[in-house]
Ligand binder design. Structure first.
Ligand SMILES: Nc1ncnc2c1ncn2[C@@H]1O[C@H](COP(=O)(O)OP(=O)(O)O)[C@@H](O)[C@H]1O
Ligand SMILES: [Mg+2]
Length: 245
């Protein structure tokens, strides 16, 4: 089932437009759309098509990262809606360590989406990217902090580049490492080459979409590559001027 409304902040809008751009790395991604009345879950009702959705998400997870066999690809998958991941409740929402609990994660993401006023028509299963965890945040249910940056492209120009994780928000998450501030500060600087790489990737992505002002988020994997993981309209994206600790 599809929901065909125009919403640039929905991954179902931007991802298909950038997925095949040469040189742009993105996680393996499957998109499932539903008209199920998922907010009924908040009243304790399982709406029609809820079970079907959960089954489709489990199947997508199995295609992306097969369990069993001799695959070295075993492991969790990443779950989000078209609009967000509820990452501040990490192990309940987006980090699906055990697929038997997929329905639990869907419900938690529906609850989070309702609390922040976001729609739940688009569901996304992604392959887990191999990242270096700097530390985790206990108050965000184990959210791991990794090296990420956000690039703003507005009127065809790079208008701002910021580390993805603001110190204050991380602090509230109760980091589990005594030197977290130092680790985060180190991870929050970019070399000129790195900056050139991610801004060029952001340009290519925005050019592929062809219109609008955007924020483009990049995550660095263990092997040093940059992956484009998220995009949103610039005006709707959190923006800040980093301060040194
Ligand atoms: N495929 C993935 N593998 C591992 N971690 C991921 C993956 N996708 C996202 N993340 C982590 O989860 C965070 C939130 O993901 P994102 O899709 O941007 O949702 P949101 O818009 O809610 O922030 C990212 O900043 C990154 O740290
Ligand atoms: Mg995001």
């Amino acid at each position: 089932m599809t929901t065909a409304t125009y919403d640039p902040n929905d991954l179902a809008f931007w991802y298909p437009r950038i997925a095949s751009v040469p040189g742009l790395l993105t996680p393996t991604t499957e998109i499932i759309q539903t008209n199920a009345r998922l907010f009924d879950l908040l009243d304790g009702d399982a709406p029609d098509a809820y079970g079907e959705l959960v089954g489709q998400l489990v199947e997508a997870a199995e295609r992306i990262c097969p369990l069993g066999g001799a695959s070295s690809n075993l492991g969790p998958v990443f779950l989000r809606t078209g609009h967000g991941s509820g990452k501040h409740q990490w192990s309940d929402t987006c980090w699906v360590a055990n697929r038997v609990l997929m329905g639990w994660h869907v419900t938690a993401l529906v609850e989070w989406s309702a609390s922040v006023g976001l729609p739940v028509g688009t569901w996304v299963v992604r392959g887990r990217l191999p990242v270096h965890y700097l530390f985790s945040c206990d108050a965000y249910r184990g959210l791991p902090v990794t090296r990420e940056f956000r690039v703003f492209i507005e009127h065809g120009n790079v208008t701002h580049v910021q580390p993805y994780w603001p110190m204050e928000a991380v602090k509230e998450g109760r980091p589990d490492h005594p030197d977290w501030q130092k680790l985060l500060a180190e991870a929050s600087t970019l070399t000129a080459d790195e900056r050139n790489t991610i801004t060029a990737m952001a340009f290519h992505a925005v050019a592929a979409i062809g219109t609008g002002d955007w924020s483009v988020d990049f995550l660095q994997t263990i092997d040093g590559h940059w992956y484009l993981i998220d995009m949103a309209e610039a005006a709707r994206s959190y923006r800040y001027q980093p301060t040194t600790p």
